[in-house]
Write a protein that binds this ligand. Sequence first.
Ligand code: ATP
Ligand code: MG
Length: 380
Amino acid sequence: MKITDDWIREEGVQTVLHLLTDAGHQGLLVGGCVRNALIGAPVADIDIATDARPEQVMGLAKAVGLKVVPTGIDHGTVTIVMNGEPHEVTTFRRDVSTDGRWATVAFANGIEEDAGRRDFTMNALYADADGRIVDPLNGLPDLQARRVRFVGDADARIREDYLRILRFFRFHAWYGNAAEGMDADALAASATNSSGIETLSRERIGHEMRRLLAAPDPAPAVAAMQATGVLARILPGADAKPLAPLVHLEAPYAPDWLRRLAALGGQDYAEALRLSRDEARRFDILRDGIGNAAGAAELAYRHGADLARDITFLRGAIFETPLVPGWEDAIALGAGATFPLRAADLMPDLSGPALGTRMKELEARWIASGFKLSREQLLA
Ligand code: ATP
Ligand code: MG
């Protein structure tokens, strides 16, 4: 079992790892990059772990003239910059105490301790500069079977950090075996400890939910969140049911976490997940669009083709109705239409609120005509 991806041969990665090992330390890739490389998933960020202390890592980097920044020195992380690329190097750690939200960490004596504080066995895999796997907890069989399993006792690990409940569902959505079902101990422990989620910050919850809902098919994981009572803690009133049909309808298009969120129903999501202003605006249009009477063409005229398509999928999923044939043409028509009147066309005969009302009436008539009535016909 070896990692043979191109990124592992990059000069920056090799230099940083050898900087550590040539000085007699361990220097290992760890976490998401190892996991994803082994299953052929795209690798985003590369994390490096070492038994060297942060000051030692900084000393080694400086000695060869590399830029190094103490980006998170309190928790053992320094960043070495090579060819303009940052490489995060974190000293092996162990948890000294945990309170369900934050851990106080100390440096660990070895890789076993460092692996032991990680959340899931598939996230506790390491690899050396040649791509050889170092697997202190025997996580590889779990990864190969796509089993998301806690390191140690699920209940105890969740009580150390309740965010791990959400991480469990997130990693299952991305990397779990949908046919095999989810780990029973983890599900039971998630249900027992679901109230602990309320102690977490909304930023952390929002971050995990964004990533969960962006998975290729988050529907089984979200259904399990509902069954365990976790979903109701995060999004009161939410229902996972429309998610599976939505994923089916939207299949030709890229996953979009906010569209999926809009399918769940419930209330006050902007607050619960700390939506940005743009996200909240888009979310409101989606939610309003689901319930109002405008057809696909009108939606596209008012909000653009993308939002109209999102709303079309959402209506289909929530109302369990097939998409109306020709919906794509209707959206293209509406998105390309421009209302031929301007307020000035009705002035000075009308002004103030009366002008606004009349413009709205004429616009409605024009929309009802399939965007066909001309300026002259509208003014007649
Ligand atoms: P992704 O591709 O989503 O970034 P990742 O595995 O890199 O996946 P991160 O959140 O970046 O996930 O965390 C990096 C590693 O740190 C994880 O693989 C895991 O080993 C460990 N880790 C992160 N958060 C926790 C946590 N709350 N509890 C225990 N271990 C954690
Ligand atoms: Mg990561």
